[in-house]
Each structure stands twice: as C-alpha cells, then as structure tokens.
Design a protein around this ligand. Structure first.
Ligand code: TRH
Length: 397
C-alpha cells in the first residue's frame, strides 16, 4: 500500500476562539519524531482555523507522513525550506506571525529574527516547544519565561512550553475528535486496513513493531512464538524491518510460525490505524508513544537512547508517573536493555485474558486519564492568549 495512496484528510476548519498566524520551526535531528511532532502540531492548529507556516530543514518525510503537505493540499498550512527563512527579500513580503514556535530548541535563523526586530512590529509570542518527558523538572520548567539578553531580539521573551502527562504541564497532542474517530474505526475498519495492505487477515493476534535497530527483537519473536492463538507481526518500515532481518539471519527459524508482514511507510493517519487495530504495540521515540497511549491498547515503549544513559531516568519517570504494573515494568526493562530480571513476563496476548488484565487495564486507563487533561494545542493557545503582547496584530506590510 503506497502511503501516498491515501489522500490527505480534509481537516475540518473550525475557528475555536481567536486564531493567529504561526511560524513553526523544526530541525530534523534524526529519525521521524521532530518532523512528526511539528507536523502534527501544525495540522491540529490549522484544523482549528489558525494559519501556519512550517519551516523545515529536512522535509523528506512529509510526502509519506502527510501526503499532499508539500503541495499545499492541507488548508491553512504552507511548508517552507529552512534556508528561505534567511531570505531577506522574501521576508519583506511575509505577513509577520503573531506566534513563533521553536521546535525542540532548534534555534531560529538569525536573519529571520533580525528582520522582525528591524520591522519594529510588536514582538511575537515566542514559544520554545520542548521534548516530552514525565520527569519532575518538566512541571517546574513549564511556562517559564526566558528574557533574551542579547542579539537582534534583545529584550524580547521566549517561553518554555513542556508537553507532559500531568495537569501542571502543557499536555499531549490530541486532535479534538481523535478518540471518537478511534472508537468508530476499530469497530468497522480492520478488514479495510488489511485490504489496503493487500494482506489476508487470519484473525491472529496483531502485534505492531516500531523500534530502533538495537531492540532485542530475537527475544521478542521467541516470546511471540509461544502465543497459542497465533500472532501476526506488522513490521514498520526502516529500523524495525532491519532488526527483524538481523534476528532471522541470526536464527533462521526465529519467526516460525509467526506471520510477519513488512509494511510500507504509512501516513500518520494510517500509522494511527495500525495502532488502533493491533492487540499489542511496540512504539518508540516520542510521538508514537503518545499515539499508542491514545490507541488504548497494551504497548511497550522503546525510549530514544541517549549517550549518557539519561533515557533510563526518563523511562523510569514515565513508568512511575503512570503507575505501571509489574509486567509492564518488566517488559520495558527488557525492551530497553535495563532488564532487571532474567525472566520476561508473559505478553498481553492470547489466553487466558485474565493473565494480562493488569496490562490491559493500565493501557486503557492511561488513555482515559490523559484524555481528561486539556490537549496540548488547547493549552498552547490559552497560554499564547495570556501573554501580554499576544494577538497584537503586527503592521501588515
Ligand atoms: O522516529 P522516532 O524515533 O523520533 C525520535 C523521537 O521523536 C525522539 O524524541 C527524538 O529525539 C528523535 O526522533 C530525534 O519516533 P517518534 O517520535 O514516534 O516519531 C515517529 C513519527 O513517524 C510519528 O509521528 C509516527 C510517524 N510514522 C508514520 O507516520 N508512518 C510510519 O510508517 C512510521 C513508522 C512512523
């Protein structure tokens, strides 16, 4: 199923309160999460009636992640190459935005900032959108101002905005109708999903696999082989498929008698559908963790590995903050290389369902609990609205 076969959804444009023009900046460090989060933010804002310019240093993921994005098929969003933000001639023609979002502290192009400062417009509300974490510092840092002491924007203020899992953070990206869409989808669309893939669905337990190349896939396949009702593993494109190939190369029968399907790169919408129909989701990074949480299905998260091992504290903070039961902690330890016991708990698949009740209850309860928290875009708009200079319509050129 080529990802581009799915036309982009026509976002439902509804202005919910004041709307603004946003400049969102995103540098791709590696993998797909930087652009995945920034695109999702842009699409959610545009669907609520805002207008967004998304400045990207690497847009190569957009054609499959959001078909039509580069062609301007998503109302309210235009995508711009990073270097164009330093084109003074171009900048002189642009309407100044009321809000700037610096994705993951990516540092805006100096020429872009200088051009705005020269124009003597009211400064934008400048948001530094940080990475998602459940660690304690997030609540302490969320919303803090950071006055700029030098440079073209000296005297302006940046504001730190932290996504998070508690009411004292910026919340999680969640489109207004997402949970209703998921409920409608699961009851009717599993067959359509497989038909689009051109793959037969024999009713086995479905496991989606989105992981980094170093994930212990051979051990996972060994566990899945023990599931009596049969398992169909849906392997996402890229590192997960490489990890499976390495496991099978190491042990040729590692995947027998599992059914293994290698997926093409899916759009974000199709990726959500994959998570919604699966019985167990292996996700990674940041954005797919949140999407697995909204899927309400048992999941295992492979955290983005960091050189200094800081990711272990981040993982433990998540498991503590969500009060993860023992089997969930056990598998997260194994899957992330922090296994604190030799024996992995049973996975929440097959029978008896009672054995995996704690895991299912955790996953289901987590999504419901987080859905009671205002979503990130709603909180971000309220935050922007509350900043004194917000909404001052800069002089249009
Ligand atoms: O790809 P990631 O590992 O991205 C990571 C993390 O964001 C991490 O925090 C960051 O520091 C690092 O990049 C630089 O995982 P993540 O965050 O889940 O992003 C994947 C995105 O790709 C997500 O939006 C889902 C999307 N996706 C698709 O749309 N289709 C697909 O087929 C697949 C596999 C992913």
């Amino acid at each position: 199923m080529p990802a581009s076969s799915t036309p982009p959804p026509r976002p439902h444009r509804q202005a919910t309160g004041q709307v603004w023009l946003w400049d969102i900046f995103c540098r791709v460090i590696d993998n797909f999460g930087d652009v995945g989060v920034c695109w999702r933010l842009a699409a959610d804002l545009a669907a609520r009636g805002h207008t967004v310019r998304l400045w990207l240093d690497d847009a190569q993921a957009l054609p499959w992640m959001a078909p039509g994005a580069l062609e301007g098929h998503w109302p309210g969003i235009t995508v711009h190459p990073w270097d164009a933000a330093s084109d003074v001639q171009l900048l002189s023609t642009l309407v100044p935005a009321q809000v700037w979002v610096e994705g993951f502290g990516c540092e805006l192009p100096e020429a872009f900032v200088a051009a705005r400062a020269r124009a003597q417009d009211a400064p934008p509300v400048w948001i530094n959108l940080e990475y998602l974490s459940a660690e304690d510092f997030v609540e302490r840092s969320h919303g803090l101002p950071s006055p700029l002491m030098s440079g073209a924007a000296k005297g302006w203020t940046k504001h730190f905005f932290y996504p998070g899992f508690t009411p004292h953070t910026g919340g999680l990206l969640r489109e207004p109708d997402l949970l209703a869409q998921r409920i409608a989808f699961v009851s009717s669309e599993r067959e359509a999903f497989f038909n689009k893939l051109g793959v037969a669905d024999h009713g086995e337990a479905l496991v989606s696999l989105f992981c980094y190349a170093n994930a212990p896939v051979a051990a996972l396949l060994e566990h899945l082989r023990g599931v009596k009702t049969g398992v169909h593993v849906l392997v996402t494109h890229g590192q997960a498929q490489s990890a499976v190939q390495a496991a099978v190369a190491q042990c040729p029968h590692a995947s027998d008698p599992l059914r293994m399907t290698s997926l093409p790169l899916l759009s974000q919408t199709q990726f959500d559908h994959l998570l919604w129909i699966s019985d167990l989701n292996f996700v990674r990074g940041e954005d797919s963790l949140v999407r697995a949480l909204w899927a309400g299905r048992p999941f295992v998260w492979q955290i983005y590995p960091q050189q200094d091992g800081a990711h272990r504290a981040k993982l433990d903070a998540f498991l503590d903050a969500t009060d993860a039961p023992a089997p969930v902690r056990n598998w997260h330890g194994h899957w992330n290389g922090f296994g604190n016991s030799d024996v992995a708990s049973p996975l929440p698949l097959g029978e008896p369902k009672s054995a995996s009740q704690p895991w299912r209850a955790w996953a289901d309860g987590l999504g419901l609990q987080m859905a009671r928290q205002a979503d990130l875009v709603s909180q971000l708009c309220a935050f922007v609205q509350a900043v004194p200079c917000a909404g001052q319509a800069p002089k249009t050129r």
